[in-house]
Each structure stands twice: as C-alpha cells, then as structure tokens.
Ligand binder design. Sequence first.
Ligand SMILES: Nc1ncnc2c1ncn2[C@@H]1O[C@H](COP(=O)(O)OP(=O)(O)OP(=O)(O)O)[C@@H](O)[C@H]1O
Length: 304
Amino acid sequence: MHAMTFAYGGLGAAPFPPGIQDHLAGLDGQTARGEEQSADVTDVVLRLSGVSLSFGGVVALSGIELAVRRGEIRAIIGPNGAGKSSLINVISGVYRADQGHVRISGKRYAQVPTQKLASLGIARTFQNLALFKGLSVLDNVVSGRAHTVRSTFLGQIAGFGLARREDADARARAGRILDFLHLDHVADRLAGTLPYGLQKRVELARALVAEPDILLLDEPMAGMTATEKNEMAGFVRAARDEYGTTVVLIEHDIGVVMGLSDRIAVLDYGLKIADGTPEDIRADQRVIDAYLGVASENEDGEGI
Ligand SMILES: Nc1ncnc2c1ncn2[C@@H]1O[C@H](COP(=O)(O)OP(=O)(O)OP(=O)(O)O)[C@@H](O)[C@H]1O
C-alpha cells in the first residue's frame, strides 16, 4: 500500500508516494519556464490561430491565439463562462471554430477530426467521469489502447496470434501505468465502486496508456478534496516528467494551477486577456480585475 498524501505548493510536509517525490520538486512555480527561456517556436506542438466560436448570439471565443510547447504544462483558466470548455472542445474536435484553425504538430485543421484524435497523438479526460463503471479498473485502462489494435474482430473473438499478442501487450502497458499512478491495488475493482478521486485517476491512467504526445485534461481536479487535488497535481507533473507528455488543462482551482503549470493563458468573456508564467499572471492587472469582478460570486473564495 502506498502512502497516499502529497504535499505541494507549500501545503505542508505530508509523505509523498515513492517515485513521485523527485517530480514534485519545484511545484511552487519557481521552476516555471519563462517565455524568453525557451522561445523556440519550432517546438510548438499545438497552436490555435484566430479561433472564434459563437453559439447564436453568444460569443464563446474571440480571436484566440495559443501556442503550446512540447513537454510543457499549459493551463487555461478564467471565470465561469470565459470560454475554457469551448476552447478544449475546439482543440479536441468536438466543436468546429467559426473562424481560425488549429495546428497539431504543424498540420492545420479547420476542425480537428475527433475520431482520429488518438492517432494524432492526443488523449483527453472529461469533466464528468467517462469510465466504464461496470468494468474493472484494468479493463478500463486497457480500453485506452483500442486505437492501436490491428487484429480483426474475428481474430479477437477466436484469440488468433496477433489478437492475443496485442491483448497481452495492452495489459502489460496498462499494468505499468497502474503501478505508476499507484492504482495497482485496485486493478481488479469495478471502476464504478471506487471513490471519486480514484476514478479521476483511473481516467488519467486510461488517457496515459495511449502514450499521447498531448494530454488534454478537462477540470482534472473538479469535485476533489484538497488532498486529492494535490495528489492529482503530483501525478500530472510526474507523467509529464516521466513520459515527456505535453499537458493542456483547464481548471477552476487557481491555487493548484499556479503551482502546477509552466505557462497559463487566461480567458475572460471569450478573449485571451493574459498569457505567461504563473508569476506573470499573478501580477497581471487585467487578470486581477477579471477575478475581482466575479469575487462576490465565488463561494470558494479562490484568490490568485
Ligand atoms: N452548447 C452551448 N450552447 C450555447 N451557449 C454555450 C454553449 N456552450 C457554451 N456556451 C456559452 O459560451 C460561453 C463560454 O462557455 P464555456 O462553457 O466555454 O465557458 P467556461 O469557461 O468553460 O465556463 P465554466 O467555467 O462555467 O465551465 C458561455 O457564455 C456559455 O454560456
């Protein structure tokens, strides 16, 4: 049984699970990579150019420019209704932008083909859990390898050689991810019976087993306790460090985002109002104003 409590962002000195400790060093944002430090634009794996999207008369996104560099943890934040979900849905092809385009590894899309997301090297998690609740944790994670299957349906039913090898390979990879995310002890449990925080981590495991270049996380800490949020932040950081995965996340909890991210883009009423390191964002007057504008509605009292 692993120790399950993480300390992070100066939240005290609880024990870290083995192997994660090193990855957590610097989660207070001190190691955030600045704009100037790595201005190599050829290393941009995901780029949004002039992306606009409206729903009837409601402007959800307006002329959004966003560059995501290989291996960075890139957060998109903003008050309720700012356009965060719309943006992640444009990146994952759920919505087609009215204007502008998305470039993935240099290839330009007016609409990202959702059905090809995995083969484009993108995996995502969802704000509301999207697990197979009646399947085991292991089988849920194995399902994240579905895009790699080359054997035929008949071959899988009959257990032909290729199908058997693919299945064994998927299970071995899933097993390694479960170890990595400290989920090995629940591998045989039905996913739907796990506590919410662990189910969110299983979703992360299922996305990671696809070995994506880009991981899109839609509010990965929503509904979690402070301890669970810190654990999740540690695992996201560890995944980036271990696999070099580029991470794009939208998240409400600004404290977690500040500690976890290399760079942060801030949306407000569909416009990008700021973009930079956590230090830049913390000091940005437009950001402060945008959040102060909703402070009275923010029951959690989250500050920046
Ligand atoms: N399917 C839709 N139909 C109509 N309007 C929509 C739709 N999706 C989003 N909107 C509107 O677009 C704007 C941006 O919404 P979006 O959900 O992208 O913001 P958000 O930053 O993710 O908000 P939240 O933090 O509350 O999830 C809002 O005004 C919202 O009401």
